[in-house]
Structures are given as C-alpha cells and as structure tokens.
Design a protein around this ligand. Structure first.
Ligand SMILES: C=C1C[C@]23C[C@@]1(O)CC[C@H]2[C@@]12CC[C@H](O)[C@@](C)(C(=O)O1)[C@H]2[C@@H]3C(=O)O
Ligand code: AKG
Ligand code: FE2
Length: 331
C-alpha cells in the first residue's frame, strides 16, 4: 500500500481535476511549437529544456547573487529601499505586501537600476553588471524564440509579433533576484499548525513573459483553474516560463497568465532569478487582429503598458489587475 505524507495527501484531497504534471517542452524538438501553445492555453506555465543558455553563465550569476545576499544587512540596505528598483527586504511593492524574501530588482533597458548599486559596491558592481547583462541577453534570446514559436503555433504573421516588443530598445523589462532565507528553526519545529510561511504571495506577472530559474530548493507553486496549488519541483538546469497578463490580453484570453506563489518552508535557502519581458511603455496592449476569429470581440478595453503598469503599482500582489480592463467585469 502506498502511504502519502500529510502534505501530499492534502494536495490530492484538494485537487478536483487530474493534473498530469508541469508541461515539459524540449525546445530542440520539431513539434515544440504545438506543445508550447497547448501549455500556454492549459496552464500558462511550463518548463523548458535544451534552452541554449550556457550553464556556466547561470552558475556565474548565481555565485554573484550568493555573494551579494551574503553581505551584512547594513551593506545590502545601502542599495535600497526599492523605488521600485534596488534592494528590498520582506516588503514587496508599495502597498503593504510582505514575504519571507529579500531581493534585488533591476531594470534592463537603462543603467539606472545599477547607479545606487555602483556607487556603493564599486568595482564588484562592475562584474555583477557584466554578468547580469550577459545573462539577460541570453534569456531574452530564449524568450524571443519561445514567443516566435508561439506565433508560428498560433499561425500569426509576422512571427515576431510578440518578440519584437522585448527586442525594442525601449522594452520595459525587469530583472529580479530573489533570496528566500531558510525558514527559522522555531517554525520548522512547529509543524502542528501546518501553515505555510509565505515567501512571495500569490499573484500573476503583469508583463508578456517571465523566465524563471532557481537553485535546487523547492517553494514555487502554481494555481490550477480549480484553485488548487501545485508544487513545481525545482530543476536548476532548466527554465520555467510564465505567461504574463499582457500576453493573456494579446491572445484575447486564449493564453492564461498563471497565478503563482512561493512558500518558504524549507530549511535550505532558495535563490531565483527572473527576467520579466515587457513591452515599451507607449505600446498599446490589445488582442492581435490576426488572432481574432470572425466577429470575435476583444475581451479587454484598450490600454497602454504605461497605464497597466501605473495601475499595477496601486494594487496588492494578490489583486486581479486585469479585472479593471475586462469588458465584462470578473465575477
Ligand atoms: C505588490 C506589487 C509588487 C509588484 C508591483 C505590485 O504593486 C503589484 C505587481 C508586483 C509584481 C509581480 C511580478 C514582478 O515580481 C514585479 C517586479 C512586477 O512587475 O509586478 C512585481 C512588482 C514589484 O515587486 O515591484
Ligand atoms: O522567486 C520565485 O521563485 C518566484 C517569484 C515571483 O513570482 C516574482 O518575483 O514575480
Ligand atoms: Fe511572479
């Protein structure tokens, strides 16, 4: 007889639909575009292998991040508070969200995110900046390939309809390093309340696409349509891809932006690095005409990425940010 641990039992008890597992897409396979479309429609989330991002580059960035987060708190705090860029500790965003996490948030299209960093960390910042830049270029290339395969899979012309927004020199993309310290010993011992320590509260990402890589510590979970939470087994040599709110709108709801969160229940620290590929601020976010069938209406009112982002920063993490822009209000 198979005996499930309590968390595993609770997980299956709460699931009302059969979940076949996190979709895995091998980007080198000829049929990957079909699998990508299916994963974006069903979950808005999938894992990719054969991604072409060099493992030594990933490891180099990880070492830099570990070095930064190992500094005394008073040193790291000099690169904060986040405005929204810079070093942050526990507070996420401007509206009262907190998590068991410290982070560094950087913009990828100007050097402004590094300015306070550089003035504090001197030469060490230079190497850090070089590695972040190389890494961001590599993951952006992969994100663009995925977006082009998705355009092919959806039979959209031109195939760079999505990816050109990330390649635009004014693309408003963001890069984030999250460090979740090990759960405090006292809470590890107190298993009786069974409560999760929230590392990063549930939310959807506002941008087009997010590319996440973590070390081998678990914690990330995605929400299925029935509201159940599925743990994502970590894999440090693969990437996890999220559909963001903007891609949901551009596909008129065909692709779903996935709700996700991080629980920090581990005795090991979790380190994640996420590239959020966004459009230029002036870009109009609307369903692509090539995708609209027959008399199909847009599910969303028109807005620019500037308007969406501006509103996002007035919301709490768990809020449904797309609700305000839906033509028929969400129930
Ligand atoms: C609570 C917040 C943090 C966030 C801005 C917001 O007001 C709502 C969206 C949040 C989010 C989630 C995905 C990314 O981590 C992020 C950088 C983003 O673009 O939107 C964060 C924002 C943040 O941490 O500044
Ligand atoms: O750190 C993680 O694994 C995910 C964090 C996340 O979802 C985010 O920063 O938007
Ligand atoms: Fe996220």
């Amino acid at each position: 007889m198979v005996v499930l641990s309590k968390p595993a039992f609770d997980h299956f008890k709460n699931c009302t639909t059969f979940f076949p597992g996190i979709p895995l897409v091998d980007l080198s396979r000829p049929d990957s575009k079909t699998q990508l479309v299916k994963a974006c429609e069903e979950f808005g989330f999938f894992k990719v292998v054969n991604h072409g991002v060099p493992i030594p580059l990933i490891k180099e960035l990880e070492s830099e991040a570990v070095r930064f987060f190992s500094l005394p708190h008073s040193d790291k705090a000099k690169a904060g508070p986040p405005d929204p860029f810079g070093y942050g500790d526990k507070r996420i965003g401007p509206n009262g969200d907190v998590g068991w996490v410290e982070y560094l948030l950087l913009t990828t299209n100007t050097h402004s995110g590094y300015q306070k960093f550089a003035s504090i960390f001197g030469e060490a910042a230079e190497n850090f900046r070089r590695v972040v830049n190389e890494y961001v270029l590599a993951v952006r290339r992969m994100a663009c390939e995925i977006l082009e395969m998705l355009a092919d899979g959806l039979k959209i012309q031109p195939r760079n309809a999505f990816s050109k927004l990330l390649m635009d020199e004014k693309s408003d993309s963001v890069f984030r390093l999250n460090h979740y310290p090990p759960r405090p010993q006292a809470q590890l011992q107190d298993q009786s309340n069974g409560r999760n320590l929230i590392g990063f509260g549930e939310h959807t990402d506002p941008q087009i696409i997010s590319v996440l890589r973590s070390n081998n510590t678990s914690g990330l979970q995605i929400s299925l349509k029935d509201g159940s939470w599925i743990p994502v087994p970590p894999d440090q040599t693969s990437f996890f891809i999220n559909v963001g709110d903007s891609l949901q709108v551009m596909t008129n709801g065909r692709f779903k932006s996935v709700r996700h969160r991080v629980v920090a229940n581990s005795s090991k620290s979790r380190l994640s690095m996420i590239y959020f590929g966004g459009p230029p601020l002036s870009e109009k976010i609307a369903p692509l005409a090539a995708l609209m069938e027959g008399e199909e209406d847009s599910l969303y009112k028109e807005f620019t990425w500037f308007e969406y982002k501006n509103n996002a920063y007035k919301t709490r993490l768990a809020d449904n940010r797309l609700g305000l822009f839906e033509k028929i209000a969400a129930s």
